[in-house]
Design a protein around this ligand. Sequence first.
Ligand SMILES: C[S@@+](CC[C@H](N)C(=O)[O-])C[C@H]1O[C@@H](n2cnc3c(N)ncnc32)[C@H](O)[C@@H]1O
Length: 358
Amino acid sequence: MTDRAAQLSALLPKVAGDPRGMIAVARQLIAAGDRRRALELAEQVHAMTGGRGEAGVTAAEILSDGVHSWHFVIPFDRARNQAYEQALIRAIRPGCRVLEIGAGSGLLAMMAARQGAHVVTCEADPAIASAARDVVAANGFADRVTVVNKHSTALDADRDLGGRADILVSEIVSNDLLSEGVLAAHEDAVARLLVPGGVVIPPRGKIRVALARDLRNRAKRLTEASGFDLSAFNRLASPSEMIRVGMEQVALCSDPVNLFSFDFASAEPRKAERRELAISSLGGRVDGIVQWIALEMDAVGRYENRPEPGAASCWGALLWRFPQPLETLAGEAVAVGGAHERDRVRLWQQIDLSEAGC
Ligand SMILES: C[S@@+](CC[C@H](N)C(=O)[O-])C[C@H]1O[C@@H](n2cnc3c(N)ncnc32)[C@H](O)[C@@H]1O
């Protein structure tokens, strides 16, 4: 704790019971770098005010800062929930020990607990860990689910888990599969926190890709506005765009291809990789290449968010737009490249840079 944070802590008895005073101290604690104590105060103010009034709303601002909005979406993805719960039901034997990486709302931990497992779920974010603890208690699972506010790599098998777990479950998969750090977290947890040969859910994840036509006919690029040419700004546009998979925003122009496949049950550090592919077009205009995820939950369970009419998923797909649309014939090969750096993915159209004068 810094000197300033220590001075502020000394003020706490003076502001106890006064929501405005407590919030004022909480804000100063954040400025002094003591987020944990600020969150504790904000939680108290939220409970006192029910989130109402200036102090209540400020408490909610502090508590929600850095909490992704998808936390309020993913529990409604019934296919995702079912894929996880069915795999947990198939794997859990009474009394077995489950480690979850990434508690979030506590949903998967409670699914495991209601199958009779003893669950330790770790959560890196202190506000989320605290809320998950309350959710778990409210659902009557406090005796079977322990929420530990730590990053998984900071867990100690004996101290935090009471010994290595029999099952490792996680849902730390991002739209591009990798950028929430699933590879590093699993490699570490499988090596240190899971019994040898323990069950991993999901044990495998894939990045699937296909050529794609943008059905929105609306490139997210600037052209003319109010008589001005804004196109030089376009170099700041992200090279990938999020696609809602069930909203017919893209049509696939090729069969899907597995770009990369990852073994989440391996402790072996996976190296960065790069691939070049020739993907056979179904014909017509191709605007880019789209990537999505596929999870193997166990020997039989599968989850995939392939973009197609009627698809529903909390995960989006990513469209990597080519510099110019391509008119293709059926069967024509389109050369694309893909790379991952363990925690990020990149796709592109292969071009001959010598022809481009580079
Ligand atoms: C996508 S949410 C999943 C929440 C919940 N398990 C579910 O499936 O509904 C992932 C959560 O894991 C946390 N997280 C990600 N990587 C982590 C790690 N290596 N250790 C601890 N928490 C992690 C994030 O802060 C986030 O709250």
